[in-house]
Structure formats: structure tokens, C-alpha cells
Design a protein around this ligand. Structure first.
Ligand SMILES: [Zn+2]
Length: 626
């Protein structure tokens, strides 16, 4: 006898043998028992989960020549032995016609079918049409079929199997009974594989069958197809029986053992970038494609996340017991948030790989991102640190992290130290009150805060409301002229650039520098005072002060709009979309917000522009101005 693939050889012949579709088989058996037969059925669901199998069993049951309830056929299940049952199973029954709608989808074929349907069955009770891939039928052809379904001859039954029920016209669907099939559960597939291995005299490791079941991904047919392949390539034991091992099946599928992914993620959790890249290097050199590695890592991470959410025993995991334990171990390395983020990053990497040239580099980049993303600070931590400057330093958020000791988490480390005063005004005010006016550091982040400078203090500043930055260091006796303007200028610009404050550096680079009495005066052309305030911000001012002190420059400096300095309106940053450029009040509020200031400190960031994304109504409420 010619070789028959497993999926066909072990195709169920009774409703009771169909795995994982109990909700369908139970209903159909009831309908058969009560003789409530519809003229149209739609069986929908993924490929390889038993749609056409059930259609055939139903056809057998309907046309079985052994009467239901007789001694040979006590239940509505088909007898499996009569002429009709045998013919249907072999696919040569005259009255059960299987049509592949993917190739016979046109109006002519359907008209032919419709005309033939008018004639009574040749021998059996019903004339049954099984339309596979029914969603492929054209609209015109469906319309031709509709007539028959509207007034069906008593002997005609249509069964449509489809993976896309939504593509079957509503007019057709509403005249059919619709059964939605479930993906077959991992355990159901595994049980079936075990029983088949036994019948086929295949000695198979449990892990090997679990791998096959997992690869089936809810489709019995897919699992059986891979099993066919595996048996064909398997070595034989002394009794000439094929032996299936997990290693062989992994090789067949080009899969990497999950232990590899476990190690990869351990390296991620420990922040070991070099180790991570080396592991990827080894895998790619061994011939694994980056795309397939990324796909497997996605699955692995998904399982780890499910283990985190539902525990090791969760039914969300469709894997063997060993793999459950592994997923649970990996889940312990990360928080739920981190696992979610990692999954997202790897999914995006997988997407990218599909249309990229240098796949290897993108895989490396994607996995290194996993390490870098760990250093991101959850917003809750930022907020809680703001709220509790007085509270004890928190424990690191990733408490369950087994290997976190080795992980370099610099922002968190920075975070542990008690944060300095959040508000520059607080610092300035405190110093001023405690120093009897002798040593005072007042940093003005915006022109509106000018009143913080006592009137009469500083000749230029009091007459110059546009002064944006002002400092009065401890009276050091440094006088203008001790150092050249040019030396101050180049020193400060270089220091700003070195600290990454490029916009401040550029802004001051284009300014006119001069001594104004005992002050250093910097006139920025073409910028309004608000823009200057944004560019030469608190961080920049701090650097300028340090440089002035280091170079022996004047104690005070002013940054003011130059001759060409214009109004604010045209200086507002150009913003895309509907976001409104923030008005002064909002901008000031944002820059003065302790959270913003803390974030700037932590990320050593400049705030370039503030967008007011609240609705107009909200903003008007906020700023009741005429
Ligand atoms: Zn029969």
C-alpha cells in the first residue's frame, strides 16, 4: 500500500475522535439525533484544525446507509462500514461532492453546481457539496449560489469551510449555521501525537513530541506534517523503529534550544552587552538566520511574560512542563513592565528584519536595546522620588532581579543620592537669607523672576529687565579687565559644548561679548529674551559661572537681546501639527515644575520648547487674560 501521510492516515472518522472541537461536535451530534438538519453550514477557523474533517464526518453521518439507532449504529455517528461511508472516506461518493473553491471560484463553475444540485441524489439521502476555501468564491458566484440557498431543494446541503468567514457575504452567512472552530490546544495535539507515535512504532522522547506540538501552533495538521518529516529523517533503533529526539527535531526546524534564549536573556538582565553580542555571533555563525532567531525569541519572551502574569501553571502557556519551568525562571529576571517592553522591542526588531539588508546588525542592535532599555527610569520612580525627598532611599525597583548586582544602572545610582534642591529659586533664596548679603547666588531662570534681585543691586541688571542670567559670586575682588573678553568667550563656549549644551554654545557663539562696568555683557542678536532664557538655561548658567570663576572673570554676567533682538512672536519655535506654541506663562510654569527640573537634571537634558497640548478651553481657564 502506498505511503499515506499521517494527517490523512489518522484523519478522524467519527465526531468523538476529533480533538479540540467539542463545542462543534456536540452540537452537530445533537442536531443529528433530533434530525434538525440545516441546508447550509459554515465551518470557520485556522488551517489544519479539522474543518473539512468534520464536514466529511457530517456528510457520512447524513448519508450513512445504516439507520441511526440500529444495533450497528446506536448513535448518530456514521457507521464507517457501509458503502456510502467508505466511498465518502475514499473521496469517490457520487452524492458528496468536494469542491476546492480556490480554483473553482467563478460564476460558471457555481452555475454548473447550482444546476446539478437540482437533480436528486443518485443513491443516498442527501446531495452534499463541501466547498473548501469558500471565501475565495467571487461575489457574482456567491449571488448565483444565493438563489439555491434561499429556496433549497430538500435534498441539497452546502458545507463551506473557510479561514476567512468575514469574506463570505452576509446574505449567505445568514442562511447558514456558522461554527467557529478553536485552535487545537497544545495538550490535545500532544496526546494525539503520542498515540500516533505508538501506533506507528516510533519511539519518541516526550520533549521531541512537545516540540512538534508547539510547532503545530494550534494546527493538528501542521504538527503531523512536521512529524512526517521528522520520522522520515529519523535514525532507527535495533528493532528498525524510528527514534525521534528533541535535538533532531530542532535541527529539522532550524530551531535553537530554548536554553540559548534563556542564557541570552540572563545576559540582558545582567547588562552584559559583550556577552550578548558574542552569543548572537555564535548563533549566526552556526547558520541560524537572524530572522528565525528573532521569531523564536519573540515566542520565548511571550511565554516568559505569560509565566509572569499567570504563573508557571497558567493555561496561557502551550508548552511542555520543562519549558514552563524555564519560562518561569526567565520571568523571575524581569519585572512585568520590563518583559512587556522587551517583547515589544524584539517584535519591532523582528518586523524590521523582514525588510532590512543587514539583518545581523539589526538583530544585534535590537538585543542591545533590551539592555539599554533596562536603564530607563519608570515614571513612577521619578515621581515617587520627587514626592519623597525626605523619605529614605528606595530599594531598587527590580527587586526580584537575580543578577542585578552586576547590572550597571547608572541613572538609578545617580538617583540614590539625595537630590539637591529642586528649585533654583529655593537655593538662591536660602543662600541670600543666610549670608547677610555677602555671598549670594541668584540664578534667574526667566525674566519674570527678576524681582528676586534686590533693587539697587547691580547697576546693569536693575535697569535691564531683559537680563536673563545674573550671578553674584562671593565677593572675590575679580575685576573686569583681569582677563580678556576673548579668553572668557572661547573658554565658556568650549565648556558649554563640552557639556553637550550645543544650542547654548551656538547661541553665545554668535553673540557680542563685552565688559559693562564690572559685568560681562553678552548680547545675543536676533533672539527674544524668552528664547534666550530657554537656550541659556539654568544648566548653561551654572557652567558659565563656573568658567567665569575658573578664568578669573567678572562675578556677574548678563545675557540680553542684541540690537537686532526682536519681539517674542517670531522667535517662537516652529511647531508642527495643531500643538499650540506655549505662551510665556505656560512655558514658565513648565520650566519651574519640579518634575521637569528633576528630569532635566537626571537626563542632563535641555528643554528646548514647551508645547501646550491642552485644549483651548483649558488654556483660557488657566490664563484669564483680556
Ligand atoms: Zn455508514
Amino acid at each position: 500500500m502506498a505511503y499515506q501521510v499521517l494527517a490523512r492516515k489518522y484523519r478522524p472518522q467519527r465526531f468523538a475522535d476529533v480533538a479540540g472541537q467539542d463545542h462543534v461536535t456536540r452540537t452537530l451530534l445533537n442536531a443529528l439525533a433530533q434530525n434538525r438538519i440545516a441546508h447550509g453550514y459554515i465551518f470557520s477557523g485556522h488551517r489544519g484544525i479539522g474543518k473539512t474533517t468534520i464536514a466529511r464526518i457530517l456528510a457520512q453521518a447524513l448519508n450513512c446507509r445504516t439507520a441511526a439507532g440500529s444495533a450497528e449504529r446506536p448513535a448518530p455517528e456514521p457507521c464507517g462500514r457501509c458503502d456510502s461511508c467508505v466511498e465518502i472516506r475514499q473521496g469517490n461518493s457520487v452524492d458528496v461532492i468536494e469542491i476546492d473553491a480556490a480554483t473553482n471560484r467563478g460564476i460558471d463553475e457555481i452555475r454548473e453546481l447550482r444546476d446539478a444540485a437540482r437533480y436528486s441524489p443518485a443513491r443516498d439521502r442527501y446531495k452534499i457539496y463541501i466547498l473548501d476555501e469558500a471565501h475565495q468564491i467571487t461575489e457574482a458566484a456567491f449571488n448565483a449560489l444565493l438563489k439555491t440557498l434561499e429556496e433549497p431543494p430538500a435534498h441539497v446541503i452546502f458545507m463551506m469551510a473557510t479561514t476567512e468567514p468575514e469574506n463570505i457575504p452576509q446574505t449567505i452567512r445568514s442562511r447558514c449555521q456558522h461554527f467557529s472552530f478553536h485552535a487545537v490546544r497544545f495538550d490535545d495535539i500532544l496526546t494525539q501525537l503520542k498515540s500516533i507515535a505508538e501506533k506507528e512504532n516510533v519511539s519518541a522522547e516526550e520533549a521531541a513530541l512537545a516540540l512538534l506540538a508547539e510547532a503545530g501552533d494550534g494546527s493538528m495538521r501542521d504538527a503531523l506534517s512536521i512529524m512526517d518529516q521528522a520520522i522520515a529523517s529519523a535514525p532507527s533503533d535495533e528493532n528498525n523503529h524510528p527514534v525521534l529526539s528533541a535535538a533532531q527535531i530542532r535541527e529539522l526546524m532550524g530551531a535553537v534550544p530554548n536554553a540559548v534564549f534563556e542564557r541570552l536573556l540572563e545576559a540582558v538582565a545582567a547588562g552584559q552587552s559583550a556577552e550578548l553580542v558574542q552569543q548572537i555571533n555564535g548563533l549566526v555563525n552556526a547558520g541560524h538566520s537572524p530572522l528565525s532567531l528573532a521569531r523564536q525569541l519573540v515566542r520565548y519572551l511571550r511565554n516568559a511574560l505569560m509565566a509572569k502574569l499567570g504563573g508557571e501553571q497558567t493555561e496561557l502557556l502551550e508548552i511542555s512542563l520543562d519549558e514552563r519551568a524555564r519560562a518561569a525562571r526567565t520571568a523571575l529576571l524581569f519585572t512585568e513592565e520590563e518583559l512587556t517592553r522587551n517583547l515589544q522591542i524584539v517584535l519591532r526588531t523582528f518586523d524590521d528584519l523582514n525588510y532590512r539588508q543587514e539583518q545581523r546588525f539589526h538583530l544585534e542592535l535590537g538585543l542591545l536595546k533590551l539592555i539599554h532599555a533596562q536603564r530607563l527610569l519608570p515614571i513612577e520612580e521619578l515621581l515617587s522620588s520627587l514626592a519623597g525627598t525626605s523619605s529614605a532611599p528606595r530599594a531598587p525597583a527590580a527587586a526580584p532581579r537575580a543578577t542585578s548586582a552586576a547590572a550597571p544602572r547608572s541613572p538609578q545610582a545617580a538617583f540614590q543620592s539625595p537630590p539637591p534642591s529642586l528649585s533654583p529659586f529655593g537655593a538662591g533664596g536660602g543662600a541670600a537669607s543666610s549670608s547677610h548679603g555677602q555671598a549670594r547666588a541668584a540664578v534667574l531662570a526667566s525674566p519674570e523672576a527678576a524681582p528676586a534681585v534686590p533693587p539697587g543691586e547691580g547697576n546693569g541688571a536693575s535697569h535691564e529687565p531683559a537680563s536673563l542670567a545674573e550671578t553674584n559670586l562671593a565677593a572675590s575682588g575679580a575685576e573686569a579687565g583681569a582677563v580678556s573678553v576673548e579668553a572668557l568667550r572661547s573658554g565658556i563656549i568650549a565648556a558649554l559644548a563640552a557639556q553637550g549644551l550645543d544650542s547654548a554654545s551656538n547661541c553665545l557663539g554668535s553673540a557680542a561679548w563685552s565688559f559693562d562696568g564690572s559685568n560681562l555683557r553678552i548680547e545675543v542678536p536676533g533672539k527674544g529674551k524668552k528664547m534666550i532664557g530657554l537656550t541659556v538655561n539654568a544648566a548653561a548658567e551654572k557652567i558659565i559661572r563656573q568658567e567665569l570663576q575658573r578664568l578669573g572673570g567678572p562675578a556677574r554676567f548678563l545675557v540680553v537681546p542684541g540690537e537686532a533682538g526682536t519681539g517674542e512672536a517670531e522667535q517662537a519655535p516652529l511647531l508642527a501639527g495643531s500643538a499650540q506654541p506655549a505662551s510665556g506663562g505656560v512655558q514658565e510654569a513648565a520650566l519651574n515644575n519640579p518634575l521637569v527640573q528633576r528630569a532635566r537634571e537626571i537626563f542632563k537634558a535641555e528643554v528646548r520648547s514647551v508645547l501646550d497640548l491642552r485644549g483651548d478651553r483649558m488654556r483660557r481657564k488657566e490664563e484669564p487674560r483680556p
